[in-house]
Design a protein around this ligand. Structure first.
Ligand code: ADP
Ligand code: MG
Length: 703
């Protein structure tokens, strides 16, 4: 039997399991096969080398281990409070062991006078320490258990499993049996030279030591080996896909820098590019010359100036005889992009149109025709762009703004619009922690604009409770007096849409009373409005005709009104970190000092406090993204759609960034050294990769 075959054995065939326990193992902890149990790792280990004495106890120790004898057993209390109490004594003193349940069984199994190892959490009550429902093991047995393991594994268990004798210890016994049986067949997967070079623990030993380590360093080495292997193979797969794609998909060659690009760069650009913008542009231009399709992710914090980079890239496409399109997730954003681009282009002879769900039939027909004839250069729009009747004459470049809102499938549809797929530039303003980016977008090239245009004043962020509302209003009046504009944002989530809409309207009324016409003008925008009404209100604010914009998160992405310098977020505790950061990014776009005020109720959860505090402490999107990753874990950040690609059996992106970077580096070195993977080591790695992914359950990546 090959090793994979034996690991695929149903768990009921393991000695000590059987059909009844097997059913429970499947339903309770998702263990179906030998492989699953082998990968059911302990969440911690008890240090069996450390014994406390009764004299050393204090309440802060948590779980401890003691050695001693039971000198007395009796009952205390009545009725429901009746309990079994055993006095446990060592050389320094004594404590009480207490049982409220299964007392008869425990009482009959306790052996007076024999030496026990006791494990549990001591609690101080009145005159001494006690441990409720301790783990007890005769010293004689403890020494046998787990061979020479002195770090004893602790596994998660459930009530149902415990009732069947599969508590942490029961599971440890099964794992022990399993290892005895399969360990000889856990052949090395990674090439020998590679193991040596990376100083990795051999595979079979790693599996043994992650369950039953001799000491802490053996455990660490085992964890490292298995995590490294998992992350390494992931990166290997991603870079391999990337390479395969660049060979498979020929790309249009944008060889020249032409008139449009030069005219814009030299005469129209209203500012000088930041160093980061220049660098990114260089990276893009290098891609476009290679003859392979570009797949690049452009990360840049809000306000870092991605739009102008997008425009310059589109001009390159046009100069080389191609059309370009820019897709945005909302109508507001698409419209705004359209206006911004048109304004930037000024009187240049670049033909650009907007296509959204609410574009009229006549315009639509015109757009379709001019796209086919090649007369139209740039098409900006929403999802409407991917409809089948949108046919380009020669699409060379697709830019997608705010990619996290588009599914991978939608991206693919845009590709299909040409026989040679267009170059793809995905822009995102949601900084993604590096570990996550490497995993989710590991097959894309990544450019980062990590610098804001000069002269921006950092936004000042503060936290205000509901009770301070009048002061906040006062502050708003002062800013409006100075000629600035204010956003007030309300949460809007689907589950409580009606209620949220009511809050929004109540808020709008309260604001309208506090800021009455004719001294003040207030706009309102939310997702349930008709698009022309929405656009009308947006434009009033953009033109400075209104002082305050009351809105839901529809204004979250991309909206650009440099004169708006105050962002007030209502019920800020209900927003996630990345959303708060996005919203705050709507201000701080002009020369004036900007402010963000996070309004919350008085009661805040600990997590909400961390979020608010983080926002008050920093404007750095990447720092915020890291905190977000710690708070929510990678699955939530990636979104359900993509979380399949970050489900690991042992690695954890929240904590294993260091190992991931190391793995990536090693993979990159490998491809640099042997791009076609023809060397024996490379071929062996390909085989391992293929073998593992045949069996990997959650591998569902498409891109
Ligand atoms: P984002 O990356 O969030 O999409 P934008 O492209 O909307 O940012 O740019 C934000 C603002 O900064 C815009 O008003 C834009 O004109 C301006 N801007 C962009 N690049 C520069 C630069 N190099 N110097 C000065 N202002 C810039
Ligand atoms: Mg933008």
């Amino acid at each position: 039997m090959s090793q994979q075959d034996i690991l695929q054995t149903p768990i009921e065939f393991l000695k000590g399991v059987g059909p009844a326990r097997a059913t429970l193992l499947k339903t309770e902890i998702n263990v179906h096969t030998f492989w699953d149990l082998l990968h059911y790792f302990p969440f911690r280990h008890i240090d069996r080398t450390r014994f406390y004495t009764t004299a050393e106890l204090n309440e802060n120790l948590g779980l401890v281990q003691l050695k001693g004898r039971i000198v007395h057993v009796g009952y205390a209390g009545d009725g429901r409070k009746r309990r079994l109490v055993a006095t446990f004594r060592d050389a320094h003193g004594s404590l009480e062991l207490i049982w409220f349940q299964a007392v008869k069984w425990v009482e009959s199994s306790l052996k007076l006078g024999e030496e026990y190892v006791v494990f549990g959490k001591p609690v101080f009550y009145r005159s001494g320490f006690s441990i409720a429902h301790p783990e007890l093991e005769l010293v004689a047995n403890a020494e046998k258990m787990g061979g020479q393991a002195v770090l004893q594994p602790v596994y998660n268990s459930t009530d149902k499993l415990k009732n069947r004798g599969l508590d942490a210890k029961g599971i440890a016994k099964l794992t022990f049996v399993l290892l005895e049986q399969v360990q000889p067949q856990l052949i090395e997967t990674l090439p020998a030279g590679f193991i040596e070079q990376q100083r990795l623990l051999p595979r079979a030993l790693a599996y043994r030591n992650i369950h039953f380590p001799r000491d802490q360093s053996a455990l660490d080495a085992a964890r490292y080996r298995l995590k490294f292997e998992e992350l390494f193979l992931l990166q290997f797969g991603l870079l391999w896909q990337k390479r395969a794609r660049s060979q498979k998909f020929r790309g249009q060659v944008f060889g020249k820098v032409g008139e449009n690009f030069m005219t814009f760069y030299e005469h129209k650009l209203p500012f000088t590019l930041t160093e980061a913008q220049k660098r990114v542009l260089k990276e893009i231009r290098a891609d476009l010359k290679t003859g392979a399709q570009m797949n690049r992710l452009l990360q840049g914090d809000v306000g870092s100036g991605k739009t102008v980079v997008a425009l310059l890239t589109m001009l390159l496409a046009i100069d080389n005889g191609f059309q370009a399109c820019l897709m945005a997730p909302t109508e507001i954003l698409a419209t705004q992009h359209f206006h911004t681009l048109r304004e930037l282009l000024g009187d240049m002879d670049v033909r650009i149109r907007l296509l959204t769900g609410s574009t009229g039939t006549k315009d639509r027909r015109e757009i379709h025709e001019s796209l086919r004839s090649g007369e139209l250069h740039i098409l900006v729009g929403t999802h409407a762009l991917i409809e089948p009747d949108v046919v380009f004459q020669n699409l060379g470049l697709t830019i997608i703004d705010e990619q996290h809102r588009f599914g991978v499938a939608q991206r693919a549809k845009l590709w299909a619009k040409n026989s040679i797929p267009p170059h793809v530039l995905v822009m995102t303003a949601t900084p993604i922690p590096r570990t996550l980016a490497m995993t989710l977008y590991g097959d894309l090239d990544v450019s980062v604009i990590d610098e804001l245009p000069a002269g921006r004043k950092p936004i000042k962020t503060s936290h205000a409770r509901d009770a301070q509302r009048l002061k906040v209003f006062e502050f708003m009046r002062r800013e409006i007096q100075l000629g600035r504009q204010v956003y007030m944002v309300y949460p809007m989530i689907e589950e409580s849409e009606k209620l949220d809409l009511k809050y929004l309207h109540d808020g709008f009324e309260a604001i309208s009373r506090a800021f009455p016409i004719p001294h003040y003008q207030v706009s309102i925008v939310h997702g349930k409005m008709k698009s022309d009404a929405k656009e009308f209100e947006m434009q009033r604010f953009v033109k400075g005709q209104t002082n305050i914009m009351v809105a839901t998160t529809v204004i979250e992405v991309g909206v650009n009104v440099p004169n708006a310098s105050v962002m007030i977020i209502e019920n800020a505790e209900r927003f996630g970190l990345s959303q708060l950061h996005q919203l705050r990014g709507r201000v701080g776009r002009g020369a004036e000092q900007s402010y963000c005020i996070l309004m919350t109720s008085d009661k805040l959860s600990n997590e909400a406090k961390v979020r608010i505090q983080t926002m008050c402490d920093t404007n750095d999107g990447f720092k915020i993204a890291e905190v977000d990753l710690q708070l929510r874990g990678p699955g939530d950040i990636a979104g359900t759609q993509q979380s399949g690609s970050i489900e690991f059996s042992i690695a954890d992106l929240t904590t294993d960034g260091e190992i991931l970077r190391e793995a990536r580096k090693v993979v990159e070195g490998l491809f640099a050294d042997d791009p076609d993977l023809t060397k024996p080591v490379s071929r062996q790695l390909v085989a391992v990769y293929n073998e593992q992914h045949k069996h990997r359950k959650h591998w569902s990546r498409i891109s």
